[in-house]
Design a protein. Structure first.
Length: 209
C-alpha cells in the first residue's frame, strides 16, 4: 500500500498549482508570441481571400462587385491585396498576464470599430472620367441595401472601365444584397464569426515544443 501525507493545507497546494500553471502559460506565450501572431495573420489572410465579397471584388466578370463598382480592368488584384494587407496588419494579440489566481486574458484585436484602415484606402475609391469620387468601400461596408445612386443603374456587359458592365440611365443603383453590409454586419465582421475553434487550436499550439 502506498500512502501520501500532505504537509500543507489544500488551499496552499491549490495556490502553488495555480502559480505554476500561470507561470507556464505566461512563459510559453512570451516564448511563442511571434509565432502565434504570425500564424494568426496567416489564418486571417486565408479568411479574407476566401470571403465571397473579396472573391467577387477580384472578378471583372459581369454582375460581380469588381465590375459593378467600376474597378479598372487589371487592377482587381491590387485592390484585393490592399484589403487583405489592411485587415491582416490590424490584427493584434494582447496578453494581460495571468496571476496566481489564474486571472488574466488574451485579447484578439482584429479590426478598428470605425473601419478606418479600410475606408482610408485609396484603392477603395473609383474616380470617374468626370472627376466624381465613388467611395465604393464605404458603400460596401456601411450602406446596406440603401439606394446609392439615383437615375442610373448597372448594366452587365463586356464593356466599360471594368470590362464587366456600365452605368446607364435608369431607376437607381444599390450594392448587390448578396454582398451588402452595415456597420454591424458587413463582409469584415462576417469574416470573424464562428472562428472560435480556429483560435482555440492556435492557443493549444502555444504548448507545442
Amino acid at each position: 500500500m502506498v500512502s501520501i501525507r500532505l504537509t500543507q493545507d489544500v488551499k496552499t497546494i491549490e495556490l502553488e498549482i495555480n502559480k505554476a500553471i500561470s507561470k507556464l502559460f505566461n512563459t510559453q506565450f512570451n516564448k511563442n508570441q511571434n509565432r502565434l501572431i504570425r500564424d494568426l495573420k496567416t489564418l486571417v489572410e486565408s479568411w479574407v481571400r476566401s470571403s465571397k465579397e473579396v472573391i467577387s471584388l477580384a472578378s471583372a466578370a459581369p454582375n460581380e462587385l469588381g465590375s459593378e463598382f467600376g474597378i479598372t480592368s487589371g487592377k482587381n488584384g491590387i485592390v484585393v491585396d490592399a484589403i487583405v494587407n489592411a485587415i491582416v496588419d490590424a490584427t493584434q494579440i494582447v496578453l494581460r498576464k495571468f496571476d496566481q489566481k489564474l486571472k488574466g486574458s488574451i485579447l484578439f484585436n482584429f479590426q478598428p470599430k470605425d473601419f478606418s484602415n479600410l475606408l482610408s484606402l485609396p484603392e477603395g475609391h473609383v474616380i470617374t472620367k468626370s472627376g466624381l469620387d465613388l467611395h465604393w468601400m464605404n458603400w460596401l461596408l456601411k450602406r446596406g441595401n440603401q439606394v446609392i445612386i439615383t437615375g442610373y443603374e448597372y448594366e452587365p456587359k463586356t464593356d466599360g472601365r471594368s470590362g464587366g458592365g456600365v452605368m446607364v440611365g435608369g431607376v437607381s443603383y444599390r450594392v448587390n444584397p448578396r454582398y451588402s453590409g452595415t456597420e454591424d454586419n458587413n463582409f469584415v465582421t462576417r469574416l470573424f464569426q464562428n472562428r472560435e475553434k480556429d483560435i482555440q487550436n492556435l492557443l493549444i499550439g502555444l504548448f507545442n515544443v
